[in-house]
Design a protein around this ligand. Structure first.
Ligand code: PLP
Length: 381
């Protein structure tokens, strides 16, 4: 049985196609969190209940570490992907920063206020980082921090991290990889990525919101942003969100990458229908390696917000570009960086997950086609 947005099938149910914004929390995760709350205890206390809580914390750390191929001591629990990205960049000794144009706002905001030299590295029309520009910038100043996401939240485009890592290592830099969207959708292995640090978030994989992790190589020290107690080996003060962390670990244990093939088949089927019936539709990042679950599609002249609202009225949840905390939709910097021009304001993101059914996609497709038919009629009259 499924909990969350798309649990009730049939009339009145929502076809939830916004997994990149957040995934429904898995029932086993809720159970694990409730149990952790019942058991209580502060992991820093020395008495029995504290030691039991500490064991649960360390078990969760080991579970995350084994999932992403790092050592438990390299896992720093945070309040989510945003904090992990912030901590990685601003906790390192300030030096030159090179960041990809399609990064999430939690990287962009830090980069834009960077005290030293910060250079935005462009992407090509497919959304792939211009590694020639990166290499030139690395040569211009050795030892830079380089921030590149593994997979993009809006388009699903997957960067060539092994090649980027090779360049960063050759120039003595620090590679930070935001793997928030990739985790759970494709294989994510810290060692194989050759990154120095990496961000994760629980709520994209069926875990709770408000918890995540920074994976940081154990030979690298960072300055804590949260100051206070010595939790997380002094790298992030504050009593850990133990129920959230336990839920995060449970969700990580339950990841099923084999299901990704089924999701990819559903996604590819939907894309084929779109391109056949709406020949003017543009699917962003289609020529690049992409997450198996994401479609970012635009139809010239159809405003993103209007499409999202029309679909919502029809019981289909998608988003316009990235989900913003204010609920407001603004021009996508990702699509702008890919040279989308005016098409950027016509894009919607459809993102599937392990509980998406063919029926959900049928509902999307018929509501979307009905919207475009109404629009064509309105334009013609
Ligand atoms: N990085 C990427 C690529 C994301 O898509 C998101 C969330 O959408 C974040 C970071 C932020 O994660 P959180 O919501 O856990 O703060």
């Amino acid at each position: 049985m499924m909990t969350g947005f798309s649990n009730q099938r049939g009339k009145g149910a929502t076809a939830y196609l916004d997994y990149n914004a957040t995934a429904p929390v898995l029932p086993a995760v809720i159970d694990a969190m409730v149990e952790a709350m019942r058991e209580g205890g502060n992991p820093s206390s020395v008495h029995g209940p504290g030691r039991a809580a500490h064991r649960r914390l360390e078990d969760a750390r080991a579970a995350i570490a084994s999932r992403v191929g790092c050592r438990p001591a390299e896992v720093i629990f945070t309040s989510g992907g945003t904090e992990a990205n912030n901590l990685a960049l601003s906790g390192l000794p300030a030096r030159r920063l090179l960041w990809a144009a399609t990064e999430h706002d939690s990287i962009r905001a830090i980069a834009e206020a960077w005290p030293n030299d910060a250079v935005m590295i462009p992407v090509d029309h497919r959304g792939l980082l211009r590694t020639d520009v990166l290499e030139a910038e690395l040569k211009a100043g050795e030892g830079a921090i380089v921030a590149v996401m593994l997979a993009n939240n809006e388009t699903g485009v997957i960067q060539d991290i092994p090649e980027i890592a090779r360049l960063v290592h050759a120039h003595g830099g620090h590679l930070h990889v935001d793997a928030v969207q990739a985790f759970g959708k494709i294989s994510v292995h810290f060692g194989a990525l050759q990154a120095h640090s990496m961000s994760l978030s629980a709520h994209k994989i069926g875990g709770p919101q408000g918890v995540g992790a920074l994976i940081l190589r154990d030979d690298i020290t960072i300055a804590a942003r949260n100051r206070g107690g010595g939790q997380e080996l002094g790298r992030r003060a504050g009593t850990e969100n133990l129920p959230g962390i336990v839920g995060f670990a449970r969700a990580a244990e339950l990841l099923d990458l084999d299901a990704a093939a089924a999701v990819a088949a559903l996604r590819d089927g939907l894309e084929a229908r779109i391109l056949q019936d709406v020949p003017q539709a543009v699917i962003f990042g289609r020529d690049a390696p992409r997450l198996p679950n994401t479609i970012c599609v635009a139809v010239p002249g159809a405003a993103s917000e209007t499409q999202v609202m029309a679909l919502d009225l029809a019981g289909v949840a998608v988003s316009a570009g990235s989900a913003c905390s204010s609920g407001k939709v603004r021009q996508s910097h990702v699509l702008a960086a890919m040279g989308a021009g005016d098409l950027a304001s016509a894009a919607i993101r459809v993102s599937l997950g392990r509980h998406t059914s063919a029926m959900d996609l049928d509902r999307f497709f018929s509501a979307w086609m009905a919207f475009h038919a109404r629009r064509r009629k309105a334009v013609a009259s």
